[in-house]
Design a protein around this ligand. Structure first.
Ligand code: ACO
Length: 341
């Protein structure tokens, strides 16, 4: 794989303005679906799921709970931490592959729920990499002095596109949302660098065939189960390790930071074996890796945002610590970021 990183640069290019995460928040729905519950739904076992993925349980949204509801709740928590009111928000970016509906944007629905009437709003689709893509876009707006306060959200109701009869995929995913407030701060801490990449040649490894302009919804598309996600697990696994490693190497090189100096590594929470393989190849110590997929499964664009929120809340990250975020998802897409908390 030959990652095509965009906008290479490092901290010292940002003289005079920095982009900081001033608030972080997350939300997961109340209902918990355990591996033992899944044993009653498909031919699987708690032992298989735990040993192959590390997942024990996941949260599942209620029927009348949408991606926008979860995103708005996470946003309110991030706004509270940042001390930001709805009318201060200039822009809302929502990363999701499970919008409430194809249009309007879920970001607009969240804008309405929050009462953020001044804010521009749009959705971004980069699957599990969406939160990092959104952070980079938010940062560009802040560094260019276009906006001062941007709300970034990763929110997913993956249960709505999960085929609950397919044991290969239904054990992997969960619902939830994470959000961050990004602002210009005079002090030199914040997002140091972000790298993003994509490889459309491998778009067939992980996709949902139906519901778009190619295969609109018809009786046949529903009967053919085209409105559920499909995945080539083994190939996705191999590509995930390689891409996450390249992205992490790239941002560390740009910042001239040794992996030993990173306090907390927050990788996309898809599979514990992927996380451990990436950590090992980066030369990280096991205690540097933050893992919470046992409780939530893979929540796609929400994954690293929920993990970052938990890492901060649990005291794993304190002011001034260096944090490495690494993501990978359908597209294929990938990315990494170094944050000085
Ligand atoms: N329970 C029991 N057996 C199962 C289950 C299950 N839930 N699922 C698959 N199996 C079986 C398979 O049928 C296969 O049986 P066979 O050998 O008789 O054919 C056997 O287990 C082994 O299957 P593998 O696919 O080889 O299992 P593997 O070790 O590769 O693990 C997994 C599968 C967990 C899906 C792994 O490949 C993986 O995590 N892939 C990456 C997923 C990922 O990272 N996604 C990120 C992006 S997500 C996004 O963008 C939305």
């Amino acid at each position: 794989m030959n990652p095509k990183f965009k906008n290479p640069r490092a901290k010292h290019n940002f003289i005079g303005r920095t982009c900081s995460i001033t608030g972080i928040g997350s939300y997961v729905p109340q209902k918990v679906l355990t591996n033992h519950d899944l044993e009653k739904m498909v031919d699987t076992s708690d032992e298989w799921i735990r040993s192959r993925t590390g997942i024990r349980e996941r949260h599942i949204a209620a029927k009348d709970e949408w991606t926008s509801d979860m995103g708005a709740r996470a946003a309110q928590r991030a706004m509270k931490m940042a001390g930001v009111t709805a009318d201060q928000i200039d822009l809302i970016i929502v990363a999701t592959i499970t919008p409430d509906m194809p249009f309007p944007a879920t970001a607009c629905l969240i804008q309405k729920q929050l009462g953020a009437r001044r804010a521009a709003a749009f959705d971004l689709e980069a699957a599990c990499s969406g939160f990092i893509y959104a952070l980079e876009i938010a940062q560009q707006f802040i560094m260019s002095r276009t906006y001062d306060t941007v709300l970034v959200i990763g929110a997913e109701k993956l249960s709505s596109i999960t085929d609950w009869t397919d044991r290969n995929t239904c054990v992997l995913f969960g619902d939830g949302a994470g959000a961050a407030i990004l602002q210009n701060r005079d002090r030199a801490h914040g997002l140091l660098t972000v790298a993003m990449g994509a490889d459309g040649e491998k778009s067939d490894l992980l996709f949902m065939p139906g519901g778009g302009s190619r295969r609109p919804a018809t009786r046949e598309s529903v009967d053919g189960r085209l409105h559920f996600l499909r995945m080539e697990g083994k190939e996705t696994f191999k590509n995930a390790v390689q891409a996450m490693l390249s992205a992490a190497d790239e941002v560390l090189r740009r910042c001239e930071i040794d992996i030993g100096k990173i306090k907390c590594i927050i990788p996309h929470q898809a599979n514990q074996r992927i996380i451990e393989a990436v950590g090992q190849r980066l030369g990280a110590r096991p205690e540097q890796l933050f893992i919470n997929l046992d409780k939530y499964g893979n929540t796609s664009a929400a994954s690293v945002a929920i993990a970052l929120d938990e890492a901060v809340a649990s005291g794993r990250i304190s002011k001034g610590d260096l944090v490495l975020l690494i993501v990978f998802g359908a597209g294929l897409t990938w990315g990494a970021a170094v944050v000085e908390w």
